[in-house]
Design a protein around this ligand. Sequence first.
Ligand SMILES: Cc1cc2nc3c(=O)[nH]c(=O)nc-3n(C[C@H](O)[C@H](O)[C@H](O)COP(=O)(O)OP(=O)(O)OC[C@H]3O[C@@H](n4cnc5c(N)ncnc54)[C@H](O)[C@@H]3O)c2cc1C
Length: 403
Amino acid sequence: MKIIDILILGSGPAALCLASELAKQNLYIKGISTKAPNEKWENTYGIWASELEELGLESLLSHRWSKTVSFFGNGETEKGNIPTNHKYDYGLINQEAFQNELLNKCNGIEWLNDTAKEISEKNNLSEVVCLSGIRLKARLVIDASGHKSNFVKRPAKNAIAQQAAYGIVGKFSSPPVKEDHFVLMDFRPDHLNHQEQLSSPSFLYAMDLGNETFFVEETSLASYPALSQDDLRKRLFIRLKNKGIKVKEVFHEENCLFPMNLPLPFKKQFVLGFGGAASMVHPASGYMIGSLLRRAPLLAEKLAIFLKEPNLSSLELATRGWRVLWPYELTQRHKLYQYGLNRLMSFDESRLRSFFSNFFKLSTKEWVGFLTNTLPLPKLIYVMTKMFINSPLKVKLGMLNIK
Ligand SMILES: Cc1cc2nc3c(=O)[nH]c(=O)nc-3n(C[C@H](O)[C@H](O)[C@H](O)COP(=O)(O)OP(=O)(O)OC[C@H]3O[C@@H](n4cnc5c(N)ncnc54)[C@H](O)[C@@H]3O)c2cc1C
């Protein structure tokens, strides 16, 4: 029986981004996924338009905004309500088109509708046992089963911070967002009580979807323990009520929860990961789709080269794969982002507003590069240093963990 070269677990964005690149490499690939690969993805994926443009994929956007703003004032005075204009296009991905685009490129890859239960390494190969009892052997297993993966090993950590958000797509008694606008972060805190302002600030992420329909989402950037959906829902409704806005119709509810600071996986293990399973979420923003699209081609090319050596075991193949996925440069950048996130999580709402207001004074190239993780390490250090120097004293002290 022909041995499978690569067995992919999952059929979310990570699995399909990588599978669509691996499909170009003349390999024998199979997938196993709890959900069928053509079952509609549930999440709403947003992205800076340039990230898709650079890959020639901008047609995958269902919505695109040029009027992109944030609010970092206190909301109490005229000055405290002035928006920060980002002057940079943001978009929503058309999930169906994105999923189909990737699936069309997964030529010849067959997916089993099943759930991987156990994986072991025997005689240099990996064996996956599924819930149904089916067993499959492959030279390399790539776990793209998301943030909750049980198969990718990483250092233990207790306090994993989560990004949590509760959102509604619907119709409202009056517009919660200005016409044609996208709001990245509305940090005006009038909906938070004193304790919430101190310990667990959240912001509004919102957009005009046209046809008098809006998406509004109360978001906690990262916190441990995570904010509950109930709390976020209450906050969203108080926020709307304070503006005299009532929800008239709900088309879709989004419940978002995922880890922001999962430790990076061990590089020496016989299962390779990709996507949430491989800690690829940007620890300072929670975004990942752009990164999946940018990082999949190189990994696929390298894996095809490694697989040409017939005697390499699963452990050797995966270890080489991990080195490509998390080289020194990206690992160091990840550490810097994680440091930044840890500090931000200790900020109250006023310090956070001050931080972000200052952050968006960086040049567009700098803040976009920071948020998309595309700045080379020396440049990232330069930008973070510049941000620090230009910060107000209270942000500087917070960054240095001086109370
Ligand atoms: C609500 C929400 C909104 C988000 N919004 C954005 C955004 O706007 N922009 C952005 O860049 N990122 C966003 N993210 C972060 C990140 O991009 C997503 O979490 C993304 O879906 C992760 O992709 P993934 O393929 O790694 O995992 P998932 O999308 O979770 O896919 C995992 C796949 O693995 C399958 N699976 C699970 N376990 C097994 C198993 N044992 N065996 C076989 N198959 C298995 C599942 O059925 C699924 O197909 C968001 C996350 C959430 C939760």
